[in-house]
Design a protein around this ligand. Structure first.
Ligand code: GRF
Length: 216
């Protein structure tokens, strides 16, 4: 099978990036990472990439306040230069603009630590606990112009326990993020994702496609 060429955009610690690297190295993900790009010079993600001989690039957002489109133009340039086919937002803490979205239509994936469309935005594990939901989880979706609004590819459900803190819930959700992000990329690599309206249909599915139910 062809290896899908990934460009991974990051801002921080990069545990999702690491899970993707590990799955590629294990042979369970038919992909290769062409470049990791960070908007933060000191992101630990860049070190993770370098350790695995993956090109790691810092593109500073300094001087681009109010010019998000122009900044995204720099990203598009770098991603194209590296021959990237699928853009992975793995903890990239910037809102993306039409410049990036139009350059990679339905070829941008984001991971979000809640069951969208509930709890978009930031600090969502805390918000889920405070709201009193019994289940939260994580979502892999295509990037669009809204905040966490694009078509949903895969979700994993994680129970919220009575004694959960933001940290304990976040780490249980994160363990599922590490599984479903690679799974979504693999479905893309296998050509099994079709968009119908705002629904993503997983074709040729003997397994559960986009549905992951996780027991406590
Ligand atoms: C994850 O919780 C992800 O869902 C969110 O940002 C966090 C990134 O974590 N978008 P990491 O950098 O992959 O460890």
């Amino acid at each position: 099978m062809n290896k899908v060429k990934l460009g991974v955009l990051v801002s921080g610690r990069g545990s999702n990036l690491q899970a993707i690297i590990d799955n590629i190295e294990k042979g369970s993900l038919s992909a290769e990472i062409a470049v990791v790009i960070s908007d933060q010079a000191d992101a630990f993600s860049l070190e993770r990439a370098r350790k695995h001989n993956i090109p790691a690039v810092h593109i500073s957002a300094k001087g681009y306040k109010g010019k998000r489109d122009e900044y995204d133009g720099l990203l598009v340039e770098e991603l194209r230069k590296r021959g990237v086919e699928l853009v992975i937002l793995a903890g990239f803490m910037r809102i993306i603009t039409p410049t990036l979205i139009k350059a990679f239509p339905y070829r941008i994936m984001n991971i979000h630590p809640a069951l969208l469309p509930s709890f978009p935005g930031l600090h969502v594990q805390k918000a889920a606990i405070e709201h009193g939901v019994r289940f939260s989880g994580c979502t892999v979706h295509f990037g669009d112009e809204g905040m966490d609004t694009g078509p949903i590819i895969i979700q994993a459900v994680v129970p919220v326990l009575d004694n959960d803190t933001e940290d304990t819930l976040s780490s249980r959700i994160l363990a599922q993020e590490h599984k479903i992000f690679s799974r979504a990329i693999q479905l893309y690599a296998e050509g099994r994702l079709t968009i119908k309206g705002r629904r993503v249909v997983v074709t040729g599915s003997e397994d559960k496609g986009g549905q992951f139910l996780i027991n406590p």
